[in-house]
Ligand binder design. Structure first.
Ligand SMILES: [Mn+2]
Length: 141
């Protein structure tokens, strides 16, 4: 299993390749706010663990294993954003909160949160009812 830090890299590389078609060391460094030398170091490790193939002057591509996990990591991030949005977390907190929790939940918990999101999506009245409950609580404070 990749470590939290490896997960961040695989996730960003997957997103970059999805949106631009390639992922350069400098783009990855920008996306993660880290030094390019840290990226090179991690990319070599990810290459060794067969998540990607890295060639110094030709760039990098994800292996089938890297793509599969990248896709799951992006799904997990998006799902958690959706979840926090449904439960009424303020927009400005959502991204950072997801970055903070995403690596620390089991796939079991992720799947159950997935059920809950589906439950709310199936009937918009449910989200509305939760919102009303929240507003009632707020008016009591
Ligand atoms: Mn993320």
């Amino acid at each position: 299993m990749p470590t939290p830090s490896m997960e961040d890299y695989i996730e960003q590389i997957y997103l970059l390749i999805e949106s631009k078609g390639y992922a350069r060391v400098s783009d990855i460094a920008d996306a993660l706010s880290v030094h390019p030398s840290s990226v090179t170091k991690m990319v070599k490790k990810l290459d060794k663990d067969e998540y990607l193939n890295y060639e110094k002057y030709r760039g990098l591509i994800l292996t089938a294993k890297g793509k599969k996990i990248g896709k799951r990591l992006v799904y997990r991030h998006d799902l958690l954003e959706q979840f926090l949005e449904i439960i009424g977390v303020d927009k400005e907190n959502i991204y950072d909160d997801v970055e903070g929790i995403e690596h620390h939940l089991s796939w079991n918990s992720i799947d159950r949160i997935g059920d809950l999101v589906q439950y709310f999506e199936a009937d918009k009245k449910r989200e509305q009812a939760l919102k009303e409950l929240r507003e009632k609580q707020l008016s009591k404070e």
